[in-house]
Each structure stands twice: as C-alpha cells, then as structure tokens.
Design a protein around this ligand. Structure first.
Ligand code: SF4
Length: 539
C-alpha cells in the first residue's frame, strides 16, 4: 500500500505507550474516515506513543497485542459492533470488559454511535469517549502513561476525571432504573465540544487505496444550524461550528503539493459564511492545473448559490446530492426542515443552468404524521421536476425514519417493516413509471438500527449472541426469538418501534449535551401537532 504522510510520525521506542487505533471496516474505507485518521494522527505525533492502525483486513501488526496499553475503536454506525467483535476475537480479546483482567489492554470507543447512546455496548468497553476527541485524546493517553503499572481499576478512576469520559464499570443502575455511581449518586457525563475556529481537521495520510482516492478532505464545519427533528448529527454536534477560511486556504495550498483532489466535509457546508470564497479559491486553481477536483459531502437545497454551483462544476462535479427528506411542504414543516417544493425546484433549475448533469435526491419515509398523500407527494413532485428538467439525470435514495436519541423525535413511533416495505413497493412501481431510478434502504436493517439507537444494556448479550451465530439477518431474527422465549428481552418492538412518553427514562439521559432534553420535549410536542393539532405520541 503506498501512503503519503502529511505529518511526521514519531519513531517507535520501546518505552512508549503502545496504542492501536481501529476502524471497524476494511482499510479502503478506514482511510477515507477523517475522524478515525485524525485521532490516529494525534497518537502518531505524540513522542510518548507507538501508534498503529488496525482494520478488519489487517494481516500483521508491528505492536504485539500482548504489549498493548490501549486499543481504541472508532464507532460510527450501529452495526459496527459486529466488526469490533470480529477484531477483538481475532486477537483473542474477550468481548466483555468484566472478562478481561489486567493482562489485557484498555479497550475504548468514540464516535457518533457511542456519543448518542453508548448503553447497548457499555459492557464491551472499559471507557467511552463522548463527543469531540481532538483535544481529549492526549489527556487520555497521558493519564494512561503516567499511571502505567497501576491496576486497570485505578487507571479507569483517573480517566473518569477527564471531561467527556464515561467509565461504565464505575456505574450501576438503581432500582428505579437510574444510572448512578457506585455510591448510588446520580451519574452524568457532559459531552466534550472542541472549538474549531482556529484548527482545521484535514486528511493526514493520502493513499490511492482509499475509497476517496488520494483526496484531501477538509472538515470545514461541524454540526448543522438547521436542526431537523430526526437528525442526531445536528443535535449531538451542536453548536454549529466552522473553521476560518484563511486557515482552510492555507491547508489547501499545502495539500496541492501532493494532490489536486479536495473535498469539503460537513453536514452543512453551505452554511459556512465563507463558502463562496472557499469554492472559488479552489476553482481558481483549476485555471492553473487541469486535474483539479472539488467535491462536497452534500448540499442543502435552500443555500446553494450560483457561485458555489459554478465553482463545483468547474472542478469536475457532475452530480449534486441534495436532501428533500419528505414528499410535501406540510410534512417537511413537521420535521423542522424549512424547505418548500418551490425552493427545491429553483435549486434543481439553478444546478442545471450552472452545468450540473444530474441530481441525487435523498429522502425518507415513515416520518411521524406521514400519510399516503405524502408518499404520493414524492411521486408527483419528482414527476414535476423531471418534466421541467428534460435530459437532466434524477435519482432518489430512500431510507426510513429511525428515532434517534437526543433529538426531538427520540420520542416518536417508528413504523413497522411490513408497512414500510409496502410504501417502498409503491414508490418503486410509481417511480419506474416516470423513469426515475430509486434506491431503498433495507427496512429490516433500519429496524436493527432503531433497536440499538434506543436500547440499553439489556441488548449487549443479544448483540454477542447475534455475532456468535454469524451476524447476518437470520441471526438477528432467530436470537431475537430465543430471547423473547426465554424472557431475556421481552419486547424488542417496544424498544425499536413504540412511541415513548415524554417523561420516559431513556438509557442516554445521563449524557449532557448543549441542547437539553427539555428542548427536545417542547420541540417534539410543537412539531407533532403542527399538522392537525393532534398528538399521536401518547403524551
Ligand atoms: S439539514 Fe441535514 S444535517 Fe442539517 S439538521 Fe437537517 S438533516 Fe441534519
């Protein structure tokens, strides 16, 4: 594998702390995961650390597992737990923290899944890093290094003093189901939030073998000011933060010594106050070099300017990706997405006139209060866009609504798989008639996602048994049946599908974010009743 390091790694030394940073997927994907690479770079530039990357397809390692101090996992998708189990198994490391004595390394995780709700996986990790990791990683490794030789329990006690660090073994649930410390006092952890204005997270290692080949990715913004009611990216990463354009430009100049492929990353890049300036800066380089490419993660239909669109086209973008989410203006109001069909139409027209060849639209079904009229609304609206933009390629990717922790819709009901499948069948048929290609998510996998998004510690044994039975769809189903039969977990649907009362106790309640739960309750009540004044949420 050929790699270009854009920083100077620290040479290995036998007295250093030995750290593995793992991405629960293959090398190709891991090398395009900016968060994972950024934390790794932090370890790799620390003169007191020997750091190594581990992927599911890693064959050999430089650091022997027996000499490892810390094994850190990036956890970005609910189903990553299967790959994490696989990696732990490969190195003969027990999956449960309580089965690992002091001869095993400390095992930890960070990333959006565990920041949103670590409880289904809490028994696996010695500690969990909640929130932004950039400024915290060094505190963690310094604490481990300075306490080397002490027992794991003593080190964990020290680690628990760092803001944003959750140590499950120092907690328990009381009779009322409230998480407490070992003395019975209510337990809470505040998610850590880094400032981004003066730093800029960028690709530290370039390779042709990455999913985004040789691409220099720059995270220009974190969070999203829009706060759609289903979106936990916006809520767990609040407040919305941007990096300063001058710093980003410096990084672009540095990157141009190695590659002419640039990607701007962020949930809401068009909300960056200097986005036009930044896109034009890269596009000016296309006047000098003929292989300049600029790509963006996705665009918000209400904020794409002509300057941004033209710069992207000049830098090789042919297709734009924009989220429509719901089929009607009415339903978009319910989900707090301030976007109308009219604005969306204007945006598609603008993209076409600026030289784009097509658009990939993202949408969601099964949203709270959705009716068949909203589903029909998709078909009618896409038909309209298609008629107005002849020759312009249009495709739609549909997923289903999953209630996520820390969002206003964490309380909402999730529609069952059978009725979602029927809606997908209808959409497949109707969209085929108008000649629009659609992709749909797997409703059964979305159910599993919902289960782990809203479940608690009762799910960990289930996860382990699913893994042991092969980790496929059949295993999820058969282990579920066994658990219901034996009474280990009595009602999976209640966790994944049911609406929750606003005063329900949730497994993630102990995590304090900048958006308090009261906001989510108030917002959910207001949004759910937007349409007809009815609140179907049992509250
Ligand atoms: S616009 Fe996108 S990133 Fe922002 S809150 Fe809505 S879904 Fe989330």
């Amino acid at each position: 594998m050929s790699e270009v390091y854009l920083y100077k790694p620290t040479p290995f030394s036998k007295d250093n702390l030995n750290v593995w940073m793992s991405y629960p997927g293959i090398y190709n994907f891991g090398m395009s995961a900016l968060g994972f690479l950024t934390v790794f770079k932090g370890y790799d530039t620390d003169e007191n650390i020997n750091a190594e990357r581990i992927f599911t397809d890693t064959k050999t390692t430089t650091i022997d597992v027996r000499n490892l101090d810390l094994f850190a996992f990036s956890f970005s998708f609910e189903l990553d737990f299967l790959s994490i189990f696989k990696i732990l198994d490969k190195f003969n490391i027990p999956l449960k923290a309580k089965d690992r004595d002091d001869s095993y390394p400390l095992i930890c995780a960070g990333g959006p899944v565990v920041t949103a709700n670590p409880e289904p996986f809490a028994e696996m990790f010695d500690f969990v890093d909640l929130g932004d990791a950039e400024n915290k990683s060094k505190k963690i490794t310094d604490t481990i290094r300075l306490n080397r030789g002490k027992s794991k329990a003593e080190i964990l006690k020290e680690l628990s003093k760092i803001d944003g660090i959750y140590v499950p073994s120092l907690t328990k649930y009381n009779e009322e189901g409230i998480l407490t410390d070992l003395n019975g006092n209510p337990y809470s952890v505040t998610k850590s939030t880094d400032r981004l204005e003066h730093c800029c997270v960028t690709t530290p290692i370039l390779t042709e073998d990455s999913f985004f080949k040789n691409t220099f990715i720059i995270e220009i913004a974190r969070g999203c000011p829009q706060r759609c009611a289903f979106c936990n990216t916006a809520h767990i990463n609040s407040p919305y933060r941007t990096c300063d354009a001058d710093i980003i430009k410096e990084k672009i100049d540095e990157a141009f010594q190695y590659t002419h492929k640039i990607a701007f990353l962020g949930a809401a890049i068009c909300a960056h106050p200097q986005i036009e300036e930044l896109c034009e800066y890269v596009s000016q380089k296309a006047d000098i070099y003929d292989d300049v490419e600029l790509s963006v993660s996705s665009l918000r239909a209400d904020s794409i300017s002509e300057k941004v669109a033209k710069a992207l086209v000049k830098c090789g973008q042919k297709h734009a990706t924009i989220a429509l989410e719901a089929g009607t203006d009415e339903l978009r109001k319910v989900i707090n997405k301030n976007l109308t069909n009219e604005t969306f139409k204007q945006t598609v027209k603008k993209l076409r006139e600026c030289g784009f060849k097509g658009v990939k639209i993202y949408a969601m079904i099964g949203l709270p209060t959705e009716t068949q009229a909203d589903i029909q609304g998709f078909v009618d609206f896409i038909k309209e866009i298609k008629a107005e933009n002849k020759g312009f390629s249009i495709s739609v990717g549909f997923s289903t609504f999953v209630p996520k922790s820390h969002t206003p819709f964490q309380f909402a009901e999730k529609e069952g798989t059978k009725s979602l499948d029927k809606k997908f069948e209808f959409l497949q048929k109707e969209m085929h008639k108008i000649g629009v290609k659609i992709n749909v998510s797997g409703t059964k996998w979305d159910y599993i996602q919902a289960l782990f998004s809203r479940g608690g510690r009762e799910l960990f044994d289930y996860a382990v048994d699913v893994y042991k039975q092969g980790g496929n769809a059949a295993a999820f189903k058969s282990v579920m049946k066994d658990y219901v039969k034996s009474g280990k977990v009595t009602d999976f649907d209640k966790i994944a599908l049911s609406a929750r009362p606003y005063d329900a106790r949730n497994p993630w309640d102990f995590i304090q974010l900048s958006i308090p739960n009261e906001y989510n309750v108030k917002k959910c009540k207001a949004l759910i009743t937007t349409r007809d004044g009815k609140n179907e949420n049992n509250c």
